[in-house]
Design a protein around this ligand. Sequence first.
Ligand code: BGC
Length: 765
Amino acid sequence: MSDNHVVKQIVDSMSLDEKIRLLAGRDAWHTQPIESASLPSVMLTDGPHGLRKQEEGFGLNGSIPSTCFPPACLMAASWDEGMVGSVGSAIGEECAAEDVSIILGPGVNIKRSPLCGRNFEYYSEDPYLAGKMGAAFIRGVQKNGIGTSLKHFAANNQEKARMSSNSIIDERALREIYLKPFEIAVRESQPVTVMCSYNMINGVYSCENGWLLSDVLRDEWGFEGLVMTDWGAMDDRVEATLSGLDLEMPGPSPMNEKKIRKALEDGALSIEDIDKCVSRIVSMVMRCRNVEKKPYSVDAHHKIAHDMAASSFVLLENDGALPLGNGRYLLIGALAEKPRYQGAGSSRINPTKLDSIRDSLAASGMAFDYAPGYDAETGSTDDKLISDALRVSEGKDAAIVIIGLPESYESEGFDRKHMDLPSGEIRLVEALLDAGVPVIAAVLAGSPVILPFRKRVSSLLFCYLGGQAVGSALADVLSGRVNPSGKLAETFPLSVADTPCFGSFATDDRNVEYRESIFVGYRYYDWAGKEVAYPFGYGLSYTSFSLHSFDVRKDGDDVAASLSVRNTGEKEGEEVVQIYIGLPGSHIMRPVRELRAFRKVRLAPGEEERIEIRLSHDSFSYYDTELQSFEIEDGEYIIYAGTSSRDLPLSASIRINGRKEAHGAYAERGKLPSFESLFRKDVPRIKADGGITLNSTVSEVLETEAGKAILAPIVKEAEKAYEAIGGDVRTMMLSMLRDMPLRALSMNSGLDVQAIYEALKGYGA
Ligand code: BGC
């Protein structure tokens, strides 16, 4: 019997009550079982850089041990789809061993601003790179029979007010930038599920956006799986059902069960509407249940985490101090003992082991003195910590200084306010440099930071968050056992004021205006001619490479670009060849160039390889706002090849036939058009309507008399409960609470939101 037939039989055998029950989870992490239909409950759990399986409850702590692989921020810097696939596959094996059917990831949201607190969970500022990485991860996980949940669909690019904000984006930016990574991942790897985001896009919550979930995701891109809500993202269950949203998480949801029943009675929903969702849930359960339970090797997975990290750290500066030689070294930095290796929030993994940097360097046979230099929790220092560091540095050839962002600086749930490192850490590095100590700095952080000493240090390695093998991976790179080959998947600007969305990122409580349109990341810096600290795609190696003999030719609908890459240095190493496309003289505003392909190549000293990279016809497309489709503009395109977005020694032009006219806003280089002109009608801002609704945020309600009387004591209790949890969960929950819509308060709290709402409405009546 075909799978579809089995699914249909199961659905047909279910009563209406059972169908309605199945539409929301059994609890925080499981689907409902339907005993009469022998449909088991399956487990869905975070994700994305490891398995966060909690035995019970919603709390964010206390999950079973599993391998903490490097988060997406570091994985993306590998530019290595094979390696990302092997991490996905290892996570799939861990899911199978632990009876988990769906892992909640990958997250492919675009890094619109380096300030987004959750950037460590995302791949890139570039949609092509983010999409490719996401697709590789999904293929890796799903080859084990486990499903993924591609998230957060879509346009969730900040943490501030993430459950209530309205992302206002023009159609071209949406299609070319914010939806593109999802499109690539869906088309290339068909994730079993997609998770809708909390926010609205242009005034419509993602959970009930029929254009997004049905027209684009299913009809245009051919998505065959199930759409679930992010945890607590359900707004109007009836509208959501009609829009293509299948599963509400977490559950159960008695309030929405009632609404569905009523809608069926009123005729707002038909049984066919319900059956569509039920069939997709049943088909997901049937597909992902019963994966063979096999133990996995903790050591083998630790090794994969190690290899992923070691080949992704980005070498930003090096005057030859790295790799380390036989000198007398000193290790400084409290993070060397207590490394930051993952981000805070729902993705936090309880690792199977952890390689500290200090222990790993010692285990590799290096003898060194050590001084903490600052406090690991806060990054602050004092005269004593500095003078101790200076004292032990006497007579040493160089100091290896480990610095980075403390956990309180970046997390799911809130955004950074600035891009600075703690001033104590900067003071420490500068004190060493002023004393004439050569510094080899390694930075641990989930996002770019301003590095004021970057031109004074001997070497600078950006390690992002390295996963549980961070220490051994770093020891291997410092010693030269591994040659670094990471490349930035995002630009390091010179200052936060230089970022394209400066002034419109996380400024308003509700409306987030994406004023920079398609000019995100390097697309903006190149177009506006801005200097940056380190460009997108940049990263050094212990060897050197040269690219030559570029040839570009048409091959059917594709373009084939060939070039030779030579390792001109003395060490084996890997280089990432990057291909960008631009169209000078376009009729519409365009980035100067955009990444359209890449390939990582490993070469022995002196070795040369000829590679061919194919560019599909679609690589030349832009989104035409009048025709409402991706189109190709006729013209003489330039194809660039090189090793970073600002190091492109090879270029060639090629004529591509297409439409003589292109529709979309036009702008002079570096001058953004008015925001209003990017929209056909009014800019879709939302206004708080004055009255209290289930979508009013906690802080909006607290401003009313009813809120002060009824909600304030509840909020106080919730805050006390979060305070008691402590740690990063405390900070995350406290910062989210006031921006939450009222309806989301029921999640994880046992509160009867409907009753609270009625009481608020009835107050003073
Ligand atoms: C996060 C999701 C996560 C879910 C379950 C949400 O708050 O946004 O990424 O998968 O919680 O923990």
